[in-house]
Design a binder for this molecule. Sequence first.
Ligand code: PHE
Length: 339
Amino acid sequence: MKEKINKYIADISNIDIKSIDDYNNFTKTYLSKKGVINELFSSFKLLSPNEKKIVGKDLNILKNLASKKKDNFQFKSKSSNKHTNIDLSLPSSYDPIGSLHPLTIVQRLIIDVFLKVGFNISYGPEIEDDWHNFSALNMPENHPARDMQDTFFINLNPDTLLRTHTSSVQIRYMESNKPPIRIISPGRVYRKEDISARAHCLFHQIEGLYIEEGVSFIDLKQMINYFLQSLFGKKVKTRFRPSFFPFTEPSVEVDIYWGLETETDYKITKGTGWLEIMGCGMIDPNVLKNVNIDSKKYSGFAFGMGIERIAMLIYQIDDLRLFFENDINFLNQFKQKNY
Ligand code: PHE
């Protein structure tokens, strides 16, 4: 019996279980009820105590060796045949691909700042009519202020055009809502402008509108300062410059200091070191009249800013065209910045 056992030990050591078939054959031959090892154990019971002593140890070695061989294969099959273990009923795992566009990231940053102080978001259409884009904003037909914004007209009668600014949403919102009003409105705008490092025929704005009893210019200035400090930090260098918009009175433009060291700084800031990022002002009473809001009772302010300009400042990008070219090397830089 001892010889038999040793022969099996040698046999098993040489066996290489490679497939499910090998595995089944192996367990059937050695480990099943009628297998070799069980039979040896049955015979073992009939031996005398002395004989048991001689073969007992080897029999155990044989048994352990066979079980180990079997287990090893099971273990291997689990990890290397991964695909056979896939549970197709499970929901798929989420592998994030791509990244957010820098303009989307910056737009969300800006929106967040205003949501914190009680503004709501309101969207308007990109294809507008003359009333919402111009006339209601105190820019009647033939008004010279319309020249400030070269327009893509789609149709002249009835008049449809691509909105030149998000201020059109101010009118739409005031037409259907009563004060108090506190909204921001992000979106695309279009102007017939030559494409350069500073300008594009398509860009993005965020409009803000706040109307309540007793709103003054101080509130406007505080709001803009709060916004700029939230976005650029407490040390941001800004300036308010008197300006003109037909729908606000008084009107100002807000600049941020960009720097004036390199040739690019000169190009971007037209040699001033400052970059204009928004227009704003107190709502002109004529605008309130156009939307049936009592200008004696209510006052308010509005602002409109270019998202590209702010993204240029945040990421120090010196050419606005990069935002629209979809160059994968450019976009990849924002992968970690998903927001
Ligand atoms: N609509 C103006 C522009 O596009 C910006 C602006 C908005 C100015 C609101 C004042 C108030 O230039």
